[in-house]
Design a protein around this ligand. Structure first.
Ligand code: GLN
Ligand code: ZN
Length: 758
């Protein structure tokens, strides 16, 4: 008989109605005092714990909460405060904490970057000159709080030392070991204090074990865990991984910990335990319910999988849990009031996932018959979901089957195409353009809200969008840009906009998840086969083009990015859905071209972040991405110019794939790593045209002409002037009019001088 324990890895911080976000933002605007903020978030934290308890969860995570980000919390707990921020020892105050996260007028914020392959961003710890010390035992404080106030004997969640260090910057690889030794005693102290306070289970998150680490690092990690085990022997440590199977499974599974937590949704965990077994003395914590997705689990299937997993667990204890922290999904489906009921039946957010976990744990322990009512309900729910229109679209499936190699290849090589494009577009040397969006002013956002609420008519809204396009075409002509944009005023978000217009998609009203800090995003749902329904961008692009003799770029979001930033059902492989999206975009591309648009940009800012944790899977991921991009874009004639844009510049390891996209022009973000990007292009031959962002749009500061000129001159050292485009770093939607016009004017002035000099 197996003892089965239901558990969770982390709960969404934001609250059912984003109360957490609002509290934080009020505090930042000084509309709320520190005490009020702490009270409000404290209340929310306890509510969330109480809720998990009431849902029947046995092992409840504590300390998974944060006022901004859990990696920053870990840095702060260990006194890792970059020197540019005020700090005099002891517990770090909130002002300093938020200063690191958000910057102040005197000190730039710490870098923020994506948390593995998710759209959650963490604050990168800076270890230069770090003098690690414990400023407060956070997990202990949360453990005690839950116990004293709610009688919950929680499971403290701690970010493990290997992951913490690997995600940090400010040290050289060779110093890893030394640094690790500096942090280990601190971890030990935290653990000892937890042990003394009576804690039992401790979750130590080491998602880095899903990536490719060296044998040396694994050996060091083993020693670290041996010390933890020796120093706090009464604790039951769960070495928790997620997002991927454990790459060095055979070594890591033998670490001296009580339990190993593995993701059974992503990666090949089941194959690994089948091939190599699972230690007899260990508890297995099985991440069986998808923590990265919002769809109802097929409970029967999950139960069968759990039974298969149980075969390999000899210790007598199995923990049933989500595959990852539920941080990555919205709070509860109950908040959705407007969704098609059939689709709603297919959804499970955090609360519903916890119910699934509790049910599965019960079914596994007491037998299937004990959950027969739940299984029946689950079956009915799924049946209703499957009956919703657009779940399956035979036509699209057939079309996709008929795609052949000529459909993913431009008819001529770049060298030939570019001639025809130049003849048609007649662009000057160093053509100038922007990335697509122009200021989304308060007025733009308010008018959209009015339209959504029915306070203004469709015709009024359309006219408003047209007025903005017209105004900005004139401004762009006046500034002297060469390739214009319509400005994307009609879009709230580059993915949601397309989600609303494609078949197979739906959008929620409250499906928010934390992206960074208080910022939340609402990914669209892909609940079925995706297909083209109606032109999505033609009207705006054609209107903009009618106002000017300069070429106007058609602006689309690419298939990889749409897929990555949506919640995609898992009935068919992800790459199939990606290709369905590509096929729909292909029709849009074709329509844009037929309607006289000569330049079409297909943005892929998420291509890089979607890379799998395990490098062995990179190739297939990239091949699929390239295929989908080419399927979406290759239909155009030679003289139509395809652009793409990416919001990052770490290219070294994916250079070939970027090249294989075969976009005629690529624009990339460079403000944060000029040196690096240039060397890539020096080392590799890149034949196509390229625009390296010449100024940083993330800052409200208006750059000077000379500054921009300097940037261009630097970049020209590596890239031939004949291939060179001039553009800002990224879209301008977050900047105001003054900043935008000022910066673009400076950019054009700089280009004029460069043109003269070259
Ligand atoms: N075309 C989009 C814009 O300009 C691109 C945004 C992005 O790269 N994330 O806003
Ligand atoms: Zn960008």
């Amino acid at each position: 008989m197996t003892n089965v324990i239901s558990s969770n890895l982390g709960y969404p911080r934001i609250g059912e109605n984003r109360e957490w976000k609002r509290a934080l933002e009020s505090f930042w605007k000084q509309e709320m005092t520190e005490q009020e903020l702490l009270e409000k978030t404290g209340e929310l934290r306890l509510n969330n714990l109480q809720k998990q308890k009431e849902l029947g969860l046995e092992l409840i995570p504590v300390g998974d909460v944060s006022l901004y980000d859990h990696v920053l919390d870990t840095s702060v707990m260990f006194g890792v405060i970059p020197e540019r921020f005020p700090y005099n020892g002891g517990k770090v105050n909130l002002d300093t904490y938020f200063a690191i996260a958000r910057g102040t007028k005197d000190a730039v914020a710490s870098e923020m970057t994506k948390w593995f392959n998710t759209n959650y961003h963490y604050i990168v710890p800076e270890l230069e000159n770090a003098k690690p010390e414990i400023t407060e035992n956070r997990p202990l404080a949360f453990y005690k709080e839950a116990k004293e106030k709610l009688g919950i004997d929680g499971k403290p969640v701690i970010l493990g030392p290997i992951t913490f260090l690997k995600l940090s910057k400010g040290y050289e690889e060779k110093d890893f070991s030394k640094l690790l030794q500096a942090f280990v005693p601190l971890y030990i102290q935290i653990l000892k204090e937890l042990e003394a306070a009576g804690a039992t289970w401790i979750q130590i998150d080491e998602p880095i074990f899903g990536t490719n680490l060296s044998e040396e690092v694994i050996a060091e990690a083993r020693q670290v865990y041996e010390r933890f085990n020796k120093e706090a022997p009464k604790l039951k440590l769960i070495l928790q991984t997620y997002f991927e199977h454990i790459v060095h499974y055979k070594s890591i599974v033998d670490f001296p910990v009580a339990a190993i937590g593995m993701d059974f949704v992503h990666g090949d965990s089941l194959e690994l335990i089948k091939a190599h077994g699972f230690p007899e003395d260990k508890v297995l914590a099985a991440g069986i319910v998808n923590g990265r997705n919002v769809w109802v689990s097929k409970l029967e299937e999950k139960l069968t999988q759990l039974e298969a997993i149980r075969e390999y667990v000899k210790s007598g204890t199995l923990i049933v849990q989500p595959s990852a922290s539920l941080l990555h999904v919205p709070v509860t489906v109950k908040s959705e009031k407007n969704l098609d009921p059939a689709i709603k039946n297919g959804l499970a957010f955090a609360d519903e996932k916890i119910i699934e976990i509790v049910t599965l744990a019960k079914g596994l322990e007491e037998g299937k018959q004990c959950i027969s009512r739940e299984l029946k309900e689950n079956r009915q729910q799924l049946e209703q979901f499957n009956r919703s229109t657009d779940r399956i679209n035979e036509q699209v499936r057939k079309e996709l089957e008929q795609v052949d190699t000529t459909d993913t290849k431009r008819s001529q090589p770049f060298a030939e195409r570019i001639q025809k494009q130049q003849d048609q577009l007649k662009l000057p040397f160093f053509p100038t353009t922007t990335i697509g969006s122009l200021p989304q002013t308060k007025e733009v956002r308010q008018t959209r809200t009015q339209w959504r609420k029915g306070e203004i008519t469709q015709a009024q809204y359309d006219q408003f969008i047209k007025d903005n396009i017209k105004m900005w075409i004139a401004i762009q002509e006046d500034i002297g840009l060469d390739v214009l944009v319509h400005g994307e005023f009609e879009r709230t978000d580059m993915v949601e906009y397309f989600g609303e217009k494609l078949n197979g998609f739906d959008v929620t009203t409250s499906g928010w998840v934390q992206s960074y800090g208080s910022r939340c995003v609402k990914p669209p749902l892909v609940f079925g086969d995706v297909s083209f329904r109606q032109p999505m961008t033609v009207k705006e692009s054609v209107y903009a083009q009618s106002l000017t003799d300069k070429p106007v770029k058609g602006m689309l979001t690419g298939p990889v990015t749409i897929l990555n930033w949506s919640f995609v059902h898992d009935d068919v492989p992800r790459y199939t859905v990606q290709n369905q999206i590509a096929l729909a975009l292909r029709k849009e591309v074709e329509l844009l071209e037929q309607n006289g648009i000569q330049v079409i940009q297909v943005d892929e800012p998420a291509l890089r972040e979607g890379l799998p944790l395990d490098k062995e899977k990179w190739q297939s991921y990239l091949e699929a991405a390239v295929y989908a991009f080419r399927l979406a874009t290759s239909i155009v004639q030679d003289q139509t110019q395809i652009h793409t844009h990416m919001c990052y510049s770490e290219f070294n390891d994916i250079f070939d794939a970027i090249d294989a996209l075969d976009a005629d022009v690529i624009s990339i973000e460079t403000s944060r790593s000029h040196g690096e990007i240039i060397s890539i292009f020096e080392e590799n031959t890149y034949e196509k045209e390229i625009g390296l962002g010449v100024y940083d749009i993330h800052s409200p500061r208006i750059p000077s002409k000379d500054e921009i000129k300097q940037n261009i001159t630097n970049q020209l050292k590596a890239i031939s002037p004949t291939k060179f485009w001039i553009n800002p770093d990224c879209g301008l939607k977050t900047r105001n009019e003054t900043e935008t016009i000022g910066a673009l004017k400076a950019m054009i002035e700089a280009v004029k001088e460069i043109r003269k000099e070259e």
